[in-house]
Every structure is written in structure tokens, then in C-alpha cells.
Design a protein around this ligand. Structure first.
Ligand code: LLP
Length: 421
């Protein structure tokens, strides 16, 4: 096997003794590959973010809710958030106790709330309407409220979840109304939470957001926890040596702020953070196969089996993912070319990377899309009746295990109901 571009995964010993070409031959293409050691390292790094004694990390399962990933999070003593009954269901299956799950609901039905209530999971609501709804169906219960502290951040307007122009959170101006509704239904406010958005690389906005939610907390005297949210960014431009988020200095700053807050609040309250991407993104690589190379107009297209049904991020947010390249044959690539890497979906916008300079690519080359452990497989679909890929995990001893089967054609039609003859 020739490694045409492999700097990042080589430096991480990502594949250990396995070759990406063998993995694709054995498990099919495209294929999500995860490295357990990197995943556990990230989990431990985040768990050590604060010296603050009552500190908890909720792994944000929306980033990757594969059962094996959840089981590893459980083994690493993390807690989890959930965005839906489906996530609660998988988390219980992975061994989390209801107390370790935090359901951060958004515009949900009574039935969804009842599911969480039945399971004994704490619910966070993020509007007065939903607080009323919960009060009506579960008078006298515990509840958490997601506030919008006014500070938002993120890599794209679609993922900024605080501040103006977002559907999330209760406006702090409504605190008097919140108190009325809590009283009306005898609800016990156990926690407040926020999430400023997804992917910040500089700590300043997060710190501002933390200050804002702590200010809000002062309106409620006997909270059990404050959840500061996730959003910790990872460097997607590794081939250009993009700098990492300085987690150590962020932790130090947070510790200092919390020390001061606790004195004023009068109680060493539980503090939670909720990262998804930071924990799982870098432990995943998406392998695919090049099936065509051609010129159309001024562009050179590299046609792969990685459509946006497999990886939606580039199409949805114009996201950048670094690309590595492998070749089975000895044939050399003497030049580099600027190419547009595309998938196999019937849409012109089905583009993984535009204007990317890579060694001259040939049919059957294996292409690796980096940092796809978060918001990769979980956002995949069966669009064009395509099969969602398999997922494998490289264990710490180098052994490769299948953690999700590739869809088959039966899966595609399983839910259809025929009209008959
Ligand atoms: N907590 C809450 C309430 C959230 O809404 C989110 C993400 C997280 C935690 C975790 O955020 P993270 O640490 O992973 O940034 N699909 C987009 C990201 C959407 C994130 C939405 N909420 C992407 O691929 O970039």
C-alpha cells in the first residue's frame, strides 16, 4: 500500500497495525473507523478540565450515539445528555442509570415528556409553554430550565444556539414568569443550563456565556446544578497545523470564576459541561473509494462513494475536513492537482471538498475524511435509497471490531407498506 497523504493519522498511530485498504476490503466502502484510545484520551482530558470538586461531564450523545461509543463513555464514568427518547433509549441500553441522563428537550410532545418521566430522567425545558406542559402532566416534579444568556458562538449560524436569532432557551427577562409557573405547578427547579453553540476555538465567548448563566443562577437560591453546555472546538485544519483549543487555560479560568461564584451563591453546587464534538470527532475517520476522475468545464472532479447521505457536514455548513489518500498499487503520483471531491448522490451540491490540492488521484484510490467521529454517521441518511455505512472500532490492543453493520437492501424497504397488486 502507498500512503500518498497520511501525516495526521500517522502522527496519531490511528490505524495501529491495520491498513485502511484492508479495512475497506473487509468491511466495505464507505466505512466509519474509530480509534478507542483517542476516544478515551479525549474523555479523560475533558474529565480533568476543572479542579472544581463537584464537576461532571455529560457526553453530548447527539455527536455520536453508537452503542459502543456510549458504552465507552459509561466506562469512563461520564454522564450523558439526550435530545430525544431515542437517545434516552440507547443510553439506558448502554448502561447509564436514569440519574446519569439529562434530557435537554426542545419543543416536545407530552408523550415524549412522559417517556422521560417514566424512565426517571431529569427533563430540561426551554420555553414557558413547555414548562406549563410539564407542570400539567407531572405536578410537583423536578425540572431544569435552559436559559438563553444572550451570548452565542459557533462555526456556522445554523449551530449558534444562544443570543439572538435562535429558537433555544428562555429569555432571562421571563424569570418572574418562570417563578410563577414553577409555583403554580409546585415544580422544583433543580438545575439551569445553556449551550452557546457548537465549535468555539477561543475561550472568550464561552467564558462570557458562563458568566451570563451564573448571573441567571443567582435568581434561584437552591439549585442542585448548573450545566454550562458544550461547544468545545477541534482543529479541522490539521494539515495546516491549526492550533488546538487551549483547554488547560480555559479550565483555569473557569475554576477561578466558579470559586468566586460559590462564595457568593453560598453552596458548592454541581457544575456540568456537555461536549460532544471535542470528545468524539477526532477519534473517527471516514474511508471511501474513488470510482471516477474527470474534467467538467474548468473543474477536475474526483467521484467517490461518500455522498452527503454519508457525511452531511460539508454540504450543510460548508465544513472543512482534511483529506488523506491511499493507493493499493505502486503507481506513483508525480504531480499535485486542484480537485473537487464529490459523492454519488443525484445533486450538484453533493460536494465533500472544493479546490483541494491533492496528489493526482486515480480510480480505486482510498480517500480518508478526517475528524468525522462527531456528526458523521449520526447525520447520515438513506437518501437516494443508499445504504448507510458500517462502523468499526480499533480497540486499544489494535483489534478491529464491527460496531454497526452496513445497511442492506432489505433495510431500505423494511418500513414500506405495499399497496398490493
Ligand atoms: N448540548 C446541547 C444542548 C447542544 O445543543 C449541543 C449541540 C451540545 C451540547 C454539543 O455540542 P458540541 O460540544 O458537540 O459542539 N451538526 C453540527 C453541530 C450541531 C450541534 C448542536 N448542538 C455540526 O456538525 O457541526
Amino acid at each position: 500500500m502507498q500512503k500518498l497523504v497520511s501525516k495526521v493519522t500517522d502522527s496519531l498511530n490511528f490505524y495501529m497495525d491495520n491498513s485502511p485498504i484492508d479495512l475497506v476490503e473487509k468491511y466495505g466502502s464507505p466505512l466509519y473507523v474509530y480509534n478507542e484510545k483517542i476516544l478515551r484520551d479525549r474523555m479523560r482530558e475533558v474529565k480533568n478540565l476543572l479542579d472544581y470538586p463537584k464537576f461532571y461531564v455529560n457526553y453530548s450523545a447527539k455527536a455520536n450515539s453508537n452503542l459502543a461509543i456510549l458504552q465507552i463513555a459509561k466506562q469512563e464514568n461520564m454522564h450523558v445528555d439526550a435530545m430525544s427518547p431515542g437517545e434516552i433509549y440507547s443510553e439506558l441500553m448502554a448502561g447509564f442509570s436514569p440519574e446519569e441522563i439529562f434530557y435537554i428537550s426542545n419543543n416536545v410532545s407530552k408523550e415524549e415528556m412522559l417517556y422521560a418521566i417514566e424512565k426517571g430522567v431529569t427533563i430540561s425545558v426551554d420555553s414557558i409553554s413547555q414548562l406549563e406542559q410539564l407542570g400539567k402532566i407531572n405536578k410537583g416534579s423536578n425540572v431544569a430550565i435552559r436559559f438563553n444568556g444572550g451570548i452565542g458562538a459557533g462555526h456556522h449560524e445554523k449551530v449558534i444556539t444562544c443570543g439572538e436569532n435562535t429558537k433555544f432557551g428562555v429569555n432571562p427577562e421571563d424569570i418572574p414568569l418562570v417563578k410563577e409557573v414553577l409555583k403554580k405547578y409546585d415544580l422544583n427547579l433543580v438545575g439551569i443550563n445553556q449551550h452557546i453553540g457548537s465549535l468555539f476555538m477561543e475561550p472568550d465567548k464561552y467564558i462570557l456565556g458562563v458568566r451570563a448563566i451564573l448571573e441567571i443562577a443567582k435568581n434561584f437560591k437552591d439549585l442542585d446544578f448548573i450545566d454550562l453546555g458544550g461547544g468545545f472546538g477541534i482543529p479541522y485544519h490539521k494539515l495546516e497545523d491549526e492550533k488546538r483549543l487551549d483547554l488547560k487555560s480555559l479550565g483555569k479560568e473557569l475554576d477561578a470564576i466558579l470559586k468566586e461564584f460559590v462564595l457568593e451563591y453560598g453552596k458548592e453546587i454541581k457544575i456540568k459541561v456537555e461536549p460532544g464534538r471535542y470528545i468524539v470527532a477526532e477519534s473517527g475517520v471516514l474511508l471511501g473509494t474513488v470510482h471516477a476522475v474527470k474534467n467538467n468545464g474548468k473543474e477536475k472532479y474526483v467521484g467517490t462513494d461518500i455522498g452527503f447521505n454519508v457525511l452531511a457536514r460539508p454540504v450543510m455548513y460548508d465544513s472543512h475536513h482534511d483529506i488523506e489518500l491511499y493507493r493499493k498499487s505502486d503507481e506513483k503520483s508525480k504531480i499535485e492537482e486542484e480537485v473537487t471531491v464529490v459523492g454519488n448522490i443525484c445533486e450538484t451540491g453533493d460536494i465533500i471538498a472544493k479546490g483541494r490540492v491533492l496528489p493526482k488521484i486515480k480510480e480505486e484510490d482510498i480517500i480518508a475524511i478526517l475528524d468525522t467521529g462527531a456528526y458523521g454517521q449520526v447525520m447520515s441518511s438513506n437518501y437516494n435509497n443508499r445504504l448507510r455505512p458500517a462502523e468499526v472500532l480499533i480497540r486499544e490492543n489494535g483489534e478491529v471490531v464491527l460496531i454497526r453493520e452496513r445497511d442492506n437492501l432489505e433495510d431500505i424497504v423494511r418500513k414500506f407498506i405495499s399497496l398490493g397488486e
